[in-house]
Write a protein that binds this ligand. Structure first.
Ligand SMILES: Nc1ncnc2c1ncn2[C@@H]1O[C@H](COP(=O)(O)OP(=O)(O)OP(=O)(O)O)[C@@H](O)[C@H]1O
Ligand SMILES: [Mg+2]
Length: 318
């Protein structure tokens, strides 16, 4: 059965994503800093969690912090802690996230948003593995694994002098790039099915299937918001399609319905044979109203072969 955790099962059907996972698991074995790059919603935090869970720190805490969401005057005390009286409102000693993540992993998300004065301090903490709470002279040992993530081009920020080069080199001992969803279309349907199943569980209702046309739309859309956008689209679709046997095109948001469908896009495009086969099979299935038996007949292949291929494409699950 599906786990009821906050995040759905990690999907990595594409070769690109399998490489990411393999790298993440290797990085998990050592305590070196990792820098995760990739577009917004691509799954950087999900990979950071995987690194944590695959490491010896798994029993410890995994603490994600969005550096971009912290006000500039609070970021230091949030990360490093403070002592009583360090600033107005500091009415008692407080440990920072560096200390809270002891024996675990601290994910510094949106690392590019850290202001330069804090960058210097962070660099020092990473170098010395020691942290000093704001207003204190006492150093404490840091025992947290640091993972940083960003959707920004830090090298470019270094050139513009808004990000410290020495800090970047400290952080990117291992860099893992999480590819955008449009660059790994094999992941779209398995992800969509996962989110659909979760939606059905959450709402105790809803269809757990996609119409061929809806499926075509999901495959043709470029997903600028990546996996997070797909997650929202599926959740919305499950709710809108309540009471129907399948999610239809009309249950998808308008931005998915504007462009050309897979079949239209394919015209004139230079595609690998396997991709043409996949698109053709899905199209035939749609024209056969979803009947696999009929589609197999039209395609001149055994129903078992069609079944296997649909499973490969993520159209059918288990
Ligand atoms: N491979 C995957 N399998 C299953 N779910 C995924 C996968 N990748 C991402 N998700 C889900 O998609 C959502 C967005 O992922 P995540 O928060 O990791 O993205 P992000 O790259 O950190 O985004 P941002 O740049 O906005 O911080 C989350 O709900 C996450 O659980
Ligand atoms: Mg994130």
């Amino acid at each position: 059965m599906e786990s009821q955790g906050e995040s759905s099962e990690l999907v990595a059907k594409s070769a690109a994503m399998q490489r990411v996972i393999e790298l993440a698991k290797r990085a998990a074995k050592v305590d070196a800093p990792v820098l995760l790059t990739g577009e917004t919603g691509a799954g950087k935090e999900r990979i950071a969690r995987l690194i944590h869970e695959a490491s010896h720190r798994a029993p410890g805490p995994f603490i994600p912090v969005n550096c971009g969401a912290l006000p500039e005057n609070l970021i230091e005390s949030e990360l490093f802690g403070h002592v009583k009286g360090a600033f107005t409102g500091a009415d008692r000693d407080a440990k920072g996230l560096m200390e809270a993540a002891t024996a675990g992993t601290l994910l510094l998300d949106e690392i590019g948003e850290i202001p330069p004065p804090v960058q210097v301090k962070l660099l020092r903490v990473l170098q010395d593995r020691q942290v000093r709470r704001v207003g204190s002279t006492e150093s404490r040992e840091v025992n947290a694994r640091i993972i940083a993530a960003t959707h920004r081009d830090l090298e470019e920020m270094v050139r513009e002098k808004s990000f410290r080069k020495d800090l970047l080199y400290r952080l990117k001992v291992v860099t893992i790039e999480v590819p955008p969803l449009r660059a790994r279309s094999e992941d779209i349907l398995p992800l969509a099915h996962g989110f659909m199943r979760r939606g059905c569980q959450t709402y105790q209702c809803g269809p757990c299937a996609l119409s061929a046309k809806a499926l075509d739309r999901l495959l043709a859309y470029p997903w600028p918001g990546n996996v997070r956008e797909l997650e929202h689209v599926m959740e919305r679709a499950v709710v809108l399609a309540e009471g129907k046997p399948k999610i239809e095109e009309s249950d998808l948001p308008p931005e998915l319905l504007g462009g050309a469908t897979v079949a239209e896009v394919a015209e004139g495009e230079l595609l690998p044979l396997a991709e043409i086969e996949r698109r053709h099979i899905l199209q035939v299935l749609e024209r056969c109203g979803g009947s696999r038996k009929e589609a197999a007949n039209v395609l001149g292949i055994a129903p078992n072969t069609l079944w296997r291929k649909l499973r490969e494409y993520g159209v059918i699950q288990d």
